[in-house]
Design a protein around this ligand. Structure first.
Ligand code: G6P
Ligand code: MG
Length: 220
C-alpha cells in the first residue's frame, strides 16, 4: 500500500474553532429560545451551516428568509470569535505533522466544510503548508457525502486509496469511508470509532506512527 497524501479537516483537528462554532450556535439558540446543549452539538461536528441549523431546529418549520437570517446571525458571531485567531491557536502537533508530511515528500490538503476555512488558515499562518484547499465553497453536497474529500484528492491528482483523511467528526469519518479513503479519527471512540486509526489528538504524533498504525511502512 502506498500513502501519498493526507487530507486534514480544520475545525477540531488543526485548531479548536469547533468550540467557536458551538458558541455561535448556542448564542443563536438562546436568542431564539431553542434548547441546545453541548451534547446536542456533538451531532453538528463537521456538518454544514444549513444542516447544523436544521439539527438545532429539530423539525420546527421556519420560512426561508428567517432560516437565512439565522444562518447569517450565527456566522456573524462566529466571525467575531475568529477575529483574534493567530498561530498560537494551532492545536498541539498539527503544524509539526503538516511540516513532517511535506518534508517526507507527501502531499497535504485541507478538506473543511467551512466557508470560513480559507480565512482561518490565513490567520493561523499555515496556508503555505497545503498543496490544495477544498472548503465549504468547493462542493454542493457536504459531509457525510464524500464529495469534499474527492474534490481535494482530485486537486492533488491522487486516487482516494492513496490519501488519508484526518477528522474529528463522525460525519467526516463517514465521508472518508464513503469515498474509499483511509482515515484517522481524533477524539472519543463513540464519535470516531469507525476510523481506521483512532487517536485522542495530534499532540506528539509523528508521521511514522501514523504510517505504521495504518498498516505498515510506506513503500512508495
Ligand atoms: C465545519 C465545522 C462545522 C461548521 C461547518 C460550516 O465542518 O466543523 O461546525 O458548521 O464547517 O462552517 P461555516 O464556517 O461555513 O459556517
Ligand atoms: Mg472538524
Amino acid at each position: 500500500m502506498t500513502i501519498r497524501a493526507f487530507i486534514f479537516d480544520l475545525d477540531g483537528v488543526i485548531t479548536d474553532t469547533a468550540e467557536y462554532h458551538y458558541r455561535g450556535w448556542k448564542r443563536l439558540a438562546d436568542e431564539e429560545g431553542l434548547p441546545f446543549t453541548r451534547e446536542d452539538n456533538e451531532q453538528l461536528r463537521g456538518v454544514s451551516r444549513r444542516e447544523s441549523l436544521m439539527l438545532i431546529l429539530k423539525g420546527r418549520v421556519y420560512p426561508e428568509d428567517k432560516i437565512q437570517e439565522m444562518m447569517e446571525r450565527k456566522n456573524s458571531y462566529y466571525l467575531d470569535f475568529i477575529k483574534e485567531i493567530s498561530p498560537r491557536d494551532l492545536l498541539p502537533g498539527a503544524k509539526e505533522l503538516l511540516e513532517e508530511i511535506r518534508v517526507a515528500g507527501l502531499k497535504t490538503a485541507l478538506g473543511s466544510a467551512s466557508k470560513n476555512a480559507g480565512g482561518v488558515i490565513d490567520r493561523l499562518g499555515i496556508q503555505s503548508l497545503f498543496d490544495a484547499v477544498s472548503d465549504g465553497h468547493s462542493v454542493e453536497r457536504q459531509k457525510p457525502a464524500p464529495d469534499l474529500f474527492l474534490h481535494a484528492a482530485a486537486q492533488l491528482g491522487l486516487p482516494p486509496p492513496e490519501c488519508v483523511v484526518v477528522e474529528d467528526a463522525a460525519a467526516g469519518i463517514e465521508a472518508a469511508r464513503a469515498g474509499g479513503f483511509r482515515s484517522i479519527g481524533l477524539g472519543p471512540r463513540e464519535r470516531v470509532g469507525s476510523a481506521d486509526v483512532v487517536l485522542p489528538s495530534l499532540a506528539g504524533v509523528r508521521l511514522s506512527d501514523l504510517l505504521e498504525a495504518l498498516g505498515g511502512a510506506n513503500r512508495s
